[in-house]
Design a protein around this ligand. Structure first.
Ligand SMILES: NC(=O)c1ccc[n+]([C@@H]2O[C@H](COP(=O)([O-])OP(=O)(O)OC[C@H]3O[C@@H](n4cnc5c(N)ncnc54)[C@H](O)[C@@H]3O)[C@@H](O)[C@H]2O)c1
Ligand SMILES: [Zn+2]
Length: 347
């Protein structure tokens, strides 16, 4: 049980639900809507509705990234109008990163912005998406193109939601936990290394809290990604390119699965540039491969991968930039990588 101070709000981890309901009751909202998808309605709303002793209305959207669109927002806004939501209404986003990003965006723009609370229910959204104020939706299959920075009134994390999460979604979120540890917290490494499978983890409370603290510290220091926040992109330059490349194929990977391979490959680039020791590289590669398996490099079209990496919105002046670890628990950013260096990873 803990509360973490974020810039203008608090992140509660496994606190008693009465703290949540008191928070809502004290603010005397004119109405409360809870946004869910079909899975979080079943597995999360049903589990907590006995605690929600205030009047509220449910808005349900379809689950999945393909529904993270302006079209879905329009449906949500229309239902809010139908429910007579006004500027004193509250929106509670109960779900994974899709619900959090889309719901937070809907709340931030409805009547020029109403209060919202994030209740992340996937591992990825608990340790990553719900912290840092980035909200938005996809457009033309491009991720997070339309959005805003805005903070919720509160983030409410309950790690018991993880028990109904499919194993592959849990593992995908675990990649971001590993990333946080590798970029900023060497002490956490020995805790994680005790698990070769995230399904075996029995201390989510501690792991999720440590992971949130890392992301929260980084985004508090650099909320608009001018500098240090870029370390959160470790694994994402190559990993995101792998994710995009395999998206339409039978080898499709979940986000975290691709990022896990991206972390190994970017660490390898650091090794080859003399920025990371062989010992640390071996440790990172061995652990990630134990959890996520080995990438079959023969399925990678390297030229295509390079073109995806070149399109990354984090690049500058046509150069491909990455963030990568210089030792376990420490990360550098704005490291330029060439096409030839990327090619060398796949021979
Ligand atoms: N805002 C940010 O800073 C940030 C950071 C990282 C990722 N994201 C975004 O997060 C999204 C991915 O988030 P995600 O991985 O949580 O995906 P998601 O929201 O699609 O959830 C994954 C699946 O799990 C289901 N689900 C959620 N909670 C469940 C539970 N407790 N039990 C059973 N099923 C459950 C969902 O219905 C969905 O089918 C992407 O859109 C990404 O862009 C945002
Ligand atoms: Zn990620």
């Amino acid at each position: 049980m803990t509360s973490i101070d974020a810039s203008t709000y608090q992140i509660h981890v496994n606190n008693h639900w009465s703290t949540f309901t008191n928070f809502v009751a004290e603010r005397k909202y004119s109405s409360v809507v809870i946004l869910v998808d079909e899975n979080t309605k079943l597995h999360c709303y049903e589990k907590i509705k006995e605690y929600l002793d205030f009047n509220h209305l449910l808005i349900e959207i379809q689950a999945g990234e393909i529904y993270k669109t302006l079209n879905t927002c329009e449906n949500v806004w229309k239902q809010m109008l139908k429910f007579n939501c006004d500027r004193k209404s509250l929106m509670i986003n109960l779900g994974g990163g899709v619900i959090g990003d889309l719901g937070g965006f809907c709340a931030s723009t409805y009547m020029r912005g109403i209060d919202f609370i994030q209740i992340p229910t996937t591992l990825l959204s608990q340790v990553d998406a719900s912290v840092g104020g980035k909200l938005g939706v996809d457009l033309n299959n491009l991720k997070n193109i339309v959005g805003v920075f805005n903070n919720p009134q509160m983030v409410w994390v309950d790690t018991s939601f993880l028990s109904s999460l499919p194993a592959n979604e849990l593992r995908s979120g675990y990649a971001e936990v590993i990333k946080h540890c590798l970029i900023a917290n060497k002490d956490m490494w020995s805790t994680l290394k005790a698990y070769s499978n995230p399904n075996d983890v029995n201390n989510w409370s501690e792991i999720v809290e440590d992971s949130i603290r890392i992301k929260n510290n980084v985004v508090t220091e650099d909320p608009r990604e001018q500098g240090k926040r870029k370390i959160l992109n470790y694994g994402h330059t190559i990993g995101h390119a792998i994710e995009s490349l395999l998206l339409e194929t039978e080898n499709k990977l979940l986000h975290g699965e691709a990022i896990a391979q991206g972390m190994i490959l970017e660490a390898k680039l650091s090794l080859e540039k003399g920025l990371l020791s062989q010992g640390d590289f071996n440790e990172v590669k061995n652990y990630i491969e134990t959890v996520f398996g080995t990438l079959d490099v023969s399925i990678i079209d390297v030229e295509k991968l390079i073109s995806y990496a070149t399109m990354d919105k984090k690049n500058f002046a046509g150069e491909i930039k990455m963030a990568s670890i210089d030792q376990i628990g420490s990360c550098s950013y704005d490291i330029t990588i060439s096409s030839d260096e990327i090619k060398s990873l796949f021979v």
